[in-house]
Design a protein around this ligand. Structure first.
Ligand SMILES: NC(=O)c1ccc[n+]([C@@H]2O[C@H](COP(=O)([O-])OP(=O)(O)OC[C@H]3O[C@@H](n4cnc5c(N)ncnc54)[C@H](OP(=O)(O)O)[C@@H]3O)[C@@H](O)[C@H]2O)c1
Length: 254
């Protein structure tokens, strides 16, 4: 029986990864800060799918929180790591406190690097293992005034760079979705842009992500609309991309 560790599993996309993987028969290690919420989900999934679901409460913005998860990954093998936890922030870059910006960087970037570094040696030794790093379509574009876009660009390029050097049997994929109906915008205190046809259900994103991983893709962009946006964005001059970036990334968010 395989085991998956999912960060940010208490809500949104991470909770959907947990549900889908449990249905497939995978044991789970669920990571986030909200212990009661993690326990409720673990209990529900263990009862329904006869899997082992354990919780590992941790704040990935802290040194101790990241170390606890990294230790678990280094000591006890997992078959799949989903680096999913991530946050956005309201306000322009220069209005958000330096501490909040650092917290975002530590969750969106430092945790991804540290947990990947912790899990990969065992996967390479066993010749088997998968990592999904949840990035964003935002990472392909300069988000107006946005450190979030830069953090997601890091996740995508990091994933492509490491994936190119992995031995057969070990896979790493960046999942780059567009807007998803989760708690993300509400938690950040940012409005949900009215862009009909561009909002995706977490179920769809997770189904596409796992299918792409199993096809050996290194980048997964769920839904034809977003594939087209990313393709067109790569064709038009960068100056035009910069001018148009406010349309999708919105304003007053970082
Ligand atoms: N929603 C979108 O439109 C969208 C689009 C593209 C990419 N994404 C990416 O998708 C990923 C998942 O986001 P989501 O949309 O599912 O957001 P969400 O519904 O707000 O869920 C975020 C998850 O991250 C966890 N988390 C937040 N801060 C944490 C911390 N300090 N330590 C540990 N866990 C933490 C939260 O749990 P606790 O509060 O319990 O810690 C929660 O489980 C993120 O990487 C995001 O950037 C989202």
């Amino acid at each position: 029986m395989s085991t998956a560790l999912v960060t940010g599993a208490s809500a949104g996309l991470g909770a959907e990864f947990a549900r889908r993987l449990a249905r497939e028969g995978s044991n789970l290690v669920l990571v986030a800060r909200d212990q009661p919420r993690l326990e409720a989900l673990a209990g529900e999934l263990a009862g329904r799918h006869h899997i082992v679901a354990t919780v590992l409460p941790a704040d990935l913005s802290t040194v101790d929180g990241r170390a606890a998860v990294a230790d678990r990954l280094a000591k006890d093998p997992v078959d799949l790591l989903v680096n999913n936890a991530g946050i956005g922030l309201a306000g322009e870059f220069w209005t958000v406190s330096a501490a909040e910006l650092q917290r975002q960087l530590d969750i969106n970037v430092t945790a991804v690097q540290q947990l990947t570094r912790a899990v990969l040696p065992g996967m390479i030794e066993r010749g088997h293992g998968d990592i999904i790093n949840v990035s964003s379509v935002a990472g392909f574009f300069p988000g107006r005034g946005s450190s979030y876009s830069a953090s997601k660009n890091w996740v995508t390029v990091f994933t492509e760079s490491i994936a190119a050097a992995l031995p057969p049997g070990v896979r790493m994929m960046a999942l780059c979705p567009g807007f998803i109906h989760t708690e993300f915008h509400q938690r950040a205190g940012i409005g949900k842009p009215a862009l009909p046809g561009l909002w995706l259900a977490p179920e769809r994103v997770v189904a596409d992500a796992l299918a792409d991983l199993r096809r050996g893709r290194v980048i997964s962009i769920p839904s034809p609309q977003y594939k087209a946006i990313v393709m067109l964005g790569g064709l038009v001059p960068r100056a035009l991309v910069r001018r148009g970036s406010g349309l999708f990334s919105g304003r007053d968010r970082t």
